[in-house]
Design a protein around this ligand. Structure first.
Ligand SMILES: Nc1ncnc2c1ncn2[C@@H]1O[C@H](COP(=O)(O)OP(=O)(O)OP(=O)(O)O)[C@@H](O)[C@H]1O
Length: 264
């Protein structure tokens, strides 16, 4: 699905000290999987995610998407590829002067899809995320969890193969986090959409992911599969987001596999 081959990214302008945000990372995202990228603040997780659809161009290495090498493509060529990869963010990024339905229609408008088709697709996507009754509301009238559902519906509108999720639950309370994770899980299960999710919360990985990559100081320091997603694995709490954020990266494997193992 997506392969990163020895990618690296350095930030900085001439005259400033360069900062190496990601170094020599190789990673393969399997089709149909839910892949977590976990690590502390500044570890390079978002940069890595944004390189997957070339919103951030790597300085070194290659990015492959569905057998196509993106690294040499022009912005014009990348636009089509980006339609196949929806993105969602911590802060939802909705347009406040548009209704919920018109937010969801937005990527279709940009792609030149005719109005009737757009409205129909927006309805379908809002049904998938359980927001049919909110179509005519404005974002200001919605809760955080509902706003994120709108953002997910909008990302789904162009029928992407993958959803790239950058800390999608970090501004939500624990109950709403669980709701959003179940929406993502259902999208993966019923529509076959591959999901890549960046998070600093151990519990998000534990509840949702099949495989996890650990980032530390711009480098990939560990990668492992999680036991198959069963009722036991989803049902229990484990470390809270705050505890997880304080955990040293070296212990992610132990904590994730240990906790999952206990419940098996
Ligand atoms: N556009 C930029 N210009 C300069 N430095 C940047 C830029 N974007 C990111 N960085 C730096 O690169 C490093 C990695 O950032 P990145 O956002 O990828 O990390 P992260 O693991 O996602 O962190 P967080 O969880 O806090 O978002 C950080 O030190 C950050 O300050």
């Amino acid at each position: 699905m997506i392969s990163l081959k020895q990618v690296g990214k350095t930030y900085g302008t001439p005259g400033q000290e360069a900062f190496s945000a990601v170094q020599d990372v190789s990673l393969h995202i399997k089709p149909g999987s839910i892949h977590g990228i976990i690590g502390e603040s500044g570890a390079g997780k978002s940069t890595l995610l944004r390189m997957m659809n070339m919103l951030e161009r790597p300085d070194t290495g290659q990015v492959w998407f569905e057998g196509l090498e993106l690294t040499g493509m022009t912005e014009h060529q990348l636009r089509e590829i980006r339609r196949q990869s929806g993105m969602i963010f911590q802060q939802f990024n909705l347009l406040h002067n548009r209704t919920v339905a018109r937010n969801v229609e937005m990527p279709l408008e940009l792609a030149g899809v005719p109005g009737k088709q757009r409205r129909q697709r927006a309805e379908e996507c809002l049904a998938i995320t359980g927001l049919t009754d909110k179509a005519r509301q404005y974002p200001a009238a919605l809760s955080g969890g509902q706003k994120q559902r709108v953002a997910i519906a909008r990302a789904l509108a162009p029928n992407p193969k993958v959803l790239l999720c950058d800390e999608p639950t970090s501004s939500l309370d624990p109950r709403t986090t669980i709701d959003i994770l179940s929406v993502l899980r259902e999208i993966n299960r019923s529509l076959g959409v591959t999901i890549v999710i960046v998070t600093h919360e151990m519990d998000v990985v534990r509840r949702l992911c099949d495989e996890v990559t650990v980032m530390e100081g711009g480098r990939l320091t560990d990668q492992f599969m999680l036991p198959s997603r069963g009722a036991g694995r989803h049902g229990e709490g484990g470390a809270s987001g705050d505890e997880a954020a304080l955990s040293p990266p070296a212990s992610y494997r132990e904590q994730l596999l240990g906790k999952a193992g206990e419940r098996e």
